[in-house]
Every structure is written in structure tokens, then in C-alpha cells.
Design a protein around this ligand. Structure first.
Ligand code: DX5
Ligand code: ZN
Length: 218
């Protein structure tokens, strides 16, 4: 059993059958369900809010990995906790008070993640490492599925070193353009959670399990 976790992004699923799609990736071996929340402001696309997260909570018991691409983020945290999120990830770039945001997430009893856009230096999270349970490195500019991988392998390796220095069990997740080829490099650089939208959903439900296995390198 591989210790790599796969987090299919439902952004690439068939929204007209969202509950069935979530159940299908659960059955196909997904570890986390990656939920991309976009506000049409922080990123140039609009997806779904907490009521949709609550609705699909009925379709799986797996970890809900909620990636908030919204600004401001603080006013929305409680509604996503109440909807059944297990991990809530906020962007470094989404506001001036990242430390407060992470404290808020932790105070609600869920795991706190922090995400960095491609240009944001890893050093920007140095002083919040004690508050994070997950670091999400964006390898595309957030907003859309199906973009090409930006090879930020040094950044992933730096994040792994920072995590190891804490001695804590912090997930290192990579999001954007991950496919079986780029997954190899991302894992070698130190990531342990791979987000994938296109690479999981591209050929329909019969292939989800095969695609998830390929991402693990099996
Ligand atoms: C991009 C999202 C990603 C996206 C990944 O803004 O955060 O999770 O769905 O899609 P692929 O795997 O197609 O690059
Ligand atoms: Zn995402």
C-alpha cells in the first residue's frame, strides 16, 4: 500500500451528477475528495459554495479537502466547517491576516491548510508552520482545471524540508497539471498528496480506479 494520497478534484467531474461522481471516486480508491471553491474575484472562475459541500457530504465518508480560492476568506470559514469539511485550506494571498485565518480554522476543530500561488515564496509560511496541517503548492495559476504543470520542484522540496524540520505530520499537497508523468517528479520532490482533476475524470467512471492507480505509480 502506497503512502501517497490521491485527491481527485471534483472541478473536473460531471456537475449534473455530482453526488454519483463523488461516490464513484470514493469507490475507485480516492483518499481525499478535493473541492475547489472559487469566487470569481480571487480567481477568475466561480464554482460552488457550502450548500453544495453539505449536499455531497451524504455521498462519501472520505476526507473533504476544501480548497478555498476566495477573498476575503474569514467570513466563509464557519459555513464550510458546518457543511462537513475535514480540511480547510486558505491562500496566503487571500488576505493580510493569514495567522488569524489559520487560528480560526483550527479553533473550529478541523485541519488547517495553507496554499501558495506559483509566484509566492515558500518562506511566506515560515511563521505559521505551527498552525498548519497541510501545505498546498499550486503548480498552475488557480482558477481552471486542465492547465499545464509549472515545474516548481525546488519549491516542493523546500516545503518538504520545512515540514521535516517541524517533526510534525503535515501533508504536502500539489495541485495543478498533475498526471502520471508529472506525479513521479512531484513525489520525488517530497509531496505525499496529489490533487488531480483532468487526469482522474477524463475517461469516465470505468477508468477512475485505473487513473488513480497510475497516479500512485502502480
Ligand atoms: C485549479 C484547482 C485544481 C484543478 C486541478 O485552480 O485548484 O484543483 O482542479 O485540475 P487539473 O488536475 O486538471 O490541473
Ligand atoms: Zn484545488
Amino acid at each position: 500500500m502506497s503512502d501517497i494520497k490521491i485527491a481527485p478534484s471534483i472541478l473536473s467531474s460531471d456537475f449534473s451528477r455530482l453526488g454519483e461522481e463523488v461516490a464513484a471516486i470514493d469507490k475507485a480508491g480516492a483518499d481525499y475528495i478535493h473541492i475547489d471553491v472559487m469566487d470569481g474575484h480571487f480567481v477568475p472562475n466561480l464554482t460552488f459554495g457550502a450548500p453544495v459541500v453539505k449536499a455531497i457530504r451524504k455521498s462519501t465518508q472520505k476526507t473533504f479537502d476544501v480548497h478555498l480560492m476566495v477573498a476575503p476568506v474569514d467570513p466563509l470559514i464557519d459555513s464550510f466547517v458546518d457543511a462537513g469539511s475535514d480540511i480547510i485550506t486558505a491562500h496566503v494571498e487571500a488576505g493580510p491576516h493569514l495567522h488569524r485565518t489559520l487560528q480560526h480554522i483550527k479553533a473550529r476543530g478541523v485541519k488547517a491548510g495553507v496554499s501558495l500561488n506559483p509566484h509566492t515564496p515558500i518562506e511566506s509560511i515560515k511563521h505559521v508552520m505551527d498552525l498548519v496541517d497541510l501545505i498546498l503548492i499550486m503548480t498552475v495559476n488557480p482558477g481552471f482545471g486542465g492547465q499545464s504543470f509549472i515545474p516548481l520542484l525546488d519549491k516542493i522540496a523546500d516545503a518538504r524540508r520545512m515540514i521535516n524540520a517541524t517533526g510534525r505530520d503535515i501533508d504536502l499537497e500539489v495541485d495543478g497539471g498533475v498526471n502520471p508523468q508529472t506525479a513521479k517528479d512531484v513525489i520525488a520532490a517530497g509531496a505525499n498528496v496529489l490533487v488531480a482533476g483532468t487526469a482522474v475524470f477524463k475517461d469516465g467512471p470505468e477508468q477512475y480506479a485505473n487513473h488513480i492507480r497510475s497516479l500512485r505509480g502502480e
